[in-house]
Ligand binder design. Structure first.
Ligand code: F6P
Length: 356
């Protein structure tokens, strides 16, 4: 059997990309399991940035004692891509050597784990991936922690919007996160019994949206629409102001920074104009990413953290801990990060069946 680090070695842990509830329990799982092997853990601060710049912190039992219910990440995070900075990969490797790390646990989504996959491929780095993202869009795993917590918050927001929408006889729109995948919007719409949902995976037909919401409004004098921030609007009238406005800013992984876009506002204006019905929009934004993890996310996160250390003990490097059914299994990092997991047709059929 392939061997993991010896008892004298140390395990580095980093969290990269957007934070989400569950990262702290996952760190706790790693640290406590590492103790079973007599291994010491070291926290790398702010994701790959910490490895480039050599910023670390001791991670012992005292640091992880009270983490199960704490949101965010005690190791802080960044959206840093060492492959986009001159000499940064070499500096990462030098930090690993200087800190005498026998193995590394990288917790992240497609971007952070994509870097881990490349470091494994290029340098056979002894790395294991822990999947996290509130977007739930990572391939090869059924769930990522952070998603359940984000949707739980969004559903609560949706239900509050329903109350005020009913009182004022308005159409209410809730815009949730999700740049490329509509899982958060889809689950929020299903769980709150919303009247419509727009996600990036499906082309938007504004004319059918208007017709559908008019029909709902005739029956109930209110309607709730959930939209994903990454939805593209095909209609020129509604898209005015979004196109031809110059280059969108990109992050180091090439994703558009959506902070200026205001898709919900544009759809609200369009709906109000077309239907004559008062329409309001609420953007939940980063509120979905903060706060205590749900029980589901706590358990998933702590299990994944423990499993990551088990993988290291077994010498299973270049793997990500994936959820398949109720089991945690290893999948190659390259496979998990090759492409995003998008909302499939069967989910779209389900939501259509429930919207009348
Ligand atoms: O981490 C993914 C995500 O939550 C996306 O859904 C969202 O578009 C993005 O992060 C927001 O990123 P930032 O926190 O950098 O504004």
């Amino acid at each position: 059997m392939k061997r993991g680090p010896s008892s004298s070695q140390r395990i580095g842990i980093l969290t990269g990309g957007g934070d989400c509830p569950g990262l702290n329990p996952a760190i706790r799982g790693c640290v406590l399991r590492a103790l079973d092997h007599g291994w010491e853990c070291v926290g790398i601060l702010e994701g790959w940035k910490g490895l480039i710049e050599g910023h670390s912190t001791p991670l012992g039992i005292a640091e992880v004692d009270d983490l199960m219910g704490r949101g965010g990440t005690i190791l802080r995070t960044s959206r840093t891509n060492p492959y986009k900075k001159e000499g940064a990969v070499a500096r990462c490797l030098a930090t690993i050597k200087r800190l005498r790390l026998g193995a590394l646990v990288a917790m992240g989504g497609e971007d952070t784990l994509g870097v881990a996959a490349r470091l494994f491929k290029d340098y056979r780095l002894k790395v294991v991936g822990v999947p996290k993202t509130m977007d739930n869009d990572l391939s090869a795993t059924d769930y990522t922690f952070g998603f359940d917590s984000a949707v739980t918050i969004a559903v609560e927001a949706a239900e509050r919007l329903k109350d005020t929408g009913r009182s004022h006889r308005r159409i209410m729109i809730l815009e949730v996160m999700g740049r490329h995948a509509g899982w958060v919007a889809l689950y929020t719409a299903l769980a709150s019994g919303a009247d419509g949902v727009l996600i990036p995976e499906e082309p938007v037909s504004l004319s059918s949206l208007v017709a559908d919401l008019r029909a709902v409004y005739r029956r109930r004098q209110t309607a709730l629409l959930i939209i994903s921030e990454g939805v593209s609007l095909p209609d020129k009238k509604a898209a005015a102001g979004r196109e031809g406005g110059g280059q969108e800013a990109l992050d180091e992984f090439g994703h558009m920074l959506l902070k200026e876009r205001g898709t919900g506002e544009q759809i609200a204006d369009y709906l109000e104009q077309e239907t004559g019905i008062e329409t309001r929009v609420a953007v939940i934004g980063h509120i979905q990413r903060g706060g205590p993890p749900t029980v589901f996310d706590r358990i998933l996160a702590v299990r994944t953290g423990v499993k990551a250390i088990d993988f290291i003990a077994e010498g299973q490097f270049g793997q990500m801990v994936a959820v398949q059914g109720t089991k945690l299994v290893g999948v190659p990092l390259a496979k998990a990060t090759g492409q995003l997991k998008l909302v499939s047709q069967d989910w779209l059929a389900l939501i259509r069946a429930l919207q009348k």
